[in-house]
Ligand binder design. Structure first.
Ligand code: ASP
Length: 360
C-alpha cells in the first residue's frame, strides 16, 4: 500500500542519507535559529498523545512554535472522543484533515503505521508501545554527532529494559547502519533485547555481546545508554517489582568509565541513575533532551517540504491468519488488514514485527 505522504514510522524506512540530512539541518538550525523562525508560518501540527509524555510532546510543540507554526491536539485521550469509543482510524482521519503534519504516540505496537494508512497528512511516530521511537533516536544521533563527533566505530552500552524499551530498539537499528559499531547489551535474562533486533544488527554486519554486569561493561564504553524499567509494559506489578532497581548507575560505577565516555538516557529517570551522577560532565541526558527540540525542528521542516510517497504495507494477507501478539494494533483495531512479509513457515507482522510460525 502506497501513501501519498512522507511518513516517519520507522527510521529504517528512510535511507541513511536522509537521516544525515536531518542531522545537518538540525545543526544549522541550532546555530542560526532566527533564520528559521518563520519557516512554518501558517502551518498546523496535530499531536495525538494517547500515552503520557513530557519531552517528546513538549519538544515537538516547541519545535513547531519556534518555526512559526501552531499546534492542535490532545495529551489525554480521555478528554477527546476516544473516551466515547472512537477508533484510531476515525480520530486520525479527522485530525489529520485539520493538520499539515500529525504526531502520534500510542501504547499499542504498530499504531503509527495503522494511523498513517488513513491519514490525510504526513504522520510521525512519537512512540508505539514497546516497539519503536524514531524521533528519540534522531535525538540520540544528533547528541552523538555533536558530542562525540562521529556515529561510527563506537562501543555502545545499552542498559535496563531492553525488551520493552522502544528507544533502544530504534537506536540499535539505526546505529547498526553506521560502520564498526559494537553493542554491549546489559540486562537481566527476563529483559533481554528481542531477537529480531539482534538479527538486524547481524544483517548490517554489526557486532554485539550480552551481559548481566554493568560494572564489567562500563570500562569498554564510548557511550552508556541507560533506560528506565517501564512499569507500564509489565503484565503484573510483581514482575515489575522483580526487575526494578537491578541497575543503578552511581558515582562509584562512573569511576570505572573512560574519561570521554558519555551517558545518555531518553528520560524520564526513576532511580536508575543516582542524582549525584548529574554533576559528572559525562552525564549528558539533560543536554540530549534539548538536542531533541532541534532535530524535531529539522524533521517537521523536512516532512512538510517532502513530496516523497511512503510504501506502508508491502506484504501479503493470508485468509484466516492474524498476528498473535496481544500488544499488536491489529488486535485492538480489528478492521485493519493483517499484512505479513516473509514466506514459508515464518511470517512477520508488518505492524509489530512479531514473527508468526505457521504449522503445516
Ligand atoms: N521517553 C522514552 C519513551 O517514551 C523512555 C521512557 O519512557 O522510559 O519511550
Amino acid at each position: 500500500m502506497i501513501s501519498r505522504y512522507t511518513h516517519l514510522i520507522d527510521l529504517n524506512d528512510h535511507p541513511v542519507s536522509w537521516w544525515n540530512g536531518l542531522l545537518s539541518l538540525a545543526q544549522e538550525i541550532r546555530n542560526n535559529p532566527a533564520l528559521y523562525a518563520n519557516s512554518c508560518r501558517g502551518r498546523i501540527m496535530g499531536t495525538l498523545f494517547y500515552e503520557p509524555s513530557t519531552r517528546t510532546q513538549m519538544s515537538f510543540q516547541t519545535a513547531m512554535l519556534r518555526l512559526g507554526g501552531t499546534i492542535i491536539g490532545f495529551d489525554n485521550p480521555q478528554t477527546s472522543s476516544v473516551a466515547k469509543g472512537e477508533n484510531l482510524k476515525d480520530t486520525t482521519k479527522i485530525v489529520s484533515g485539520y493538520s499539515d503534519v500529525l504526531v502520534i504516540r500510542h501504547p499499542t505496537v504498530g499504531a503509527a503505521k495503522a494511523a498513517a494508512r488513513t491519514a490525510e497528512c504526513p504522520v510521525i511516530n512519537a512512540g508505539d508501545g514497546g516497539h519503536l521511537h524514531p524521533t528519540q533516536t534522531l535525538t540520540d544521533l544528533l547528541t552523538l554527532k555533536c558530542e562525540k563527533g562521529t556515529l561510527s566505530g563506537l562501543t555502545i552500552g545499552l542498559c535496563g529494559d531492553l525488551l520493552n524499551g522502544r528507544t533502544v530498539h530504534s537506536l540499535c537499528k539505526a546505529m547498526s547502519c553506521y560502520p564498526d559499531n559494537h553493542f554491549i547489551m546489559i540486562s537481566t535474562k527476563e529483559l533481554k533485547m528481542p531477537s529480531y533486533i539482534k538479527d538486524i544488527i547481524r544483517a548490517h554486519g554489526g557486532t554485539f555481546e550480552e551481559t548481566h554486569s554493568l560494572e564489567d561493561a562500563i570500562p569498554k564504553l564510548d557511550m552508556l545508554y541507560m533506560t528506565r524499567i517501564q512499569r507500564e509494559r509489565f503484565a503484573s506489578i510483581e514482575e515489575y517489582e522483580a526487575q526494578k532497581d537491578t541497575y543503578i548507575l552511581t558515582t562509584k560505577k562512573m569511576k570505572l568509565g573512560k574519561p570521554d565516555m558519555i551517558v545518555l538516557h531518553p528520560l524520564p529517570r526513576v532511580d536508575e541513575i543516582e542524582v549525584a551522577v548529574d554533576d559528572d560532565p559525562r552525564a549528558l541526558y539533560f543536554k540530549q533532551a534539548k538536542y531533541g527540540m532541534y532535530i524535531r525542528m529539522a524533521l517537521i521542516l523536512t516532512m512538510l517540504q517532502s513530496t516523497k510517497q511512503t510504501e506502508l504495507l508491502t506484504g501479503q494477507q493470508y485468509p484466516g491468519i492474524s498476528c498473535k501478539n496481544p500488544k499488536c494494533i491489529t488486535q485492538a483495531e480489528p478492521y485493519l488488514p493483517k499484512s505479513f512479509t516473509g514466506s514459508g513457515t515464518t511470517l512477520t507482522c508488518e505492524y509489530c514485527d512479531e514473527r508468526l510460525l505457521l504449522e503445516h
